[in-house]
Ligand binder design. Structure first.
Ligand code: AMP
Length: 186
């Protein structure tokens, strides 16, 4: 199973992506987690990424595409994967198509999780008090939502044209939302 999860910050994309990966025994690849690891390791990619992440901007496409083309070619991706937070722009989606073609793989579905914007802001502000993430502050959260609408939301139309979108309402109990997602994937 080759899946992508798309959704605004705070929608529970990471939580759900992990649960769905456990269900199908596939690899969970969160670009946010990978980038934060790079930052912790003080690597060149991490140092450059931090300057974008801390102000709520996207890290440049070429950095993401290089990072993900290496990662997706690793053996643990052979049985499937769930991409959480990638692609986030049309350029990244086009790059991903090329990467998958080279690997002889193709996407099964793109799960789009949706929720009301006020709900998202409340959740993220709450998460900010415990996550320790430098980008979970009200001002940066609003910026990340703007970036999502402008740069990432167009991907829904992009994948709609390929008939891959499975839209799921992201409000409710964690277990219920997982069930909704699984029901769209059968
Ligand atoms: P996330 O944990 O998915 O909310 O990602 C946190 C931050 O990492 C984002 O606000 C971006 O700055 C950066 N990031 C994660 N994935 C990508 C991506 N695919 N393209 C560009 N920047 C990304």
């Amino acid at each position: 199973m080759y899946l992508i999860f798309i959704g605004p910050p705070g929608v529970g994309k990471g939580t759900q992506a992990k649960r769905i990966c456990d269900h199908f025994s596939i690899v969970h690849l969160s670009t946010g987690v990978i980038l934060r690891d790079e930052i912790s390791n003080n690597s060149p990619v991490g140092k450059s990424a931090k300057t974008f992440i801390d102000v709520g901007q996207l890290v440049p496409d070429d950095v993401l595409l290089k990072m993900m083309s290496g990662r997706l070619a690793q053996n643990d991706c052979n049985n499937g994967f769930c991409l959480d937070g990638f692609p986030r722009t049309i350029t990244q989606a086009e790059g991903l198509e090329r990467i998958l073609t080279n690997l002889n793989q193709s996407l099964d579905a793109v799960v789009s999780i949706v929720a009301d914007e006020e709900e998202l802001i409340n959740r993220l502000v709450l998460r900010g008090s415990t996550s320790g993430r430098t980008d979970d502050t009200p001002e940066i959260i609003r910026q990340r939502l703007r970036v999502y609408r402008r740069q990432t939301e167009p991907l829904i139309e992009f994948y709609e044209q390929q008939n891959l979108i499975k839209a799921v309402e992201g409000v409710g109990k964690i277990t219920e939302i997982t069930e909704r997602i699984l029901n769209t994937l059968v």
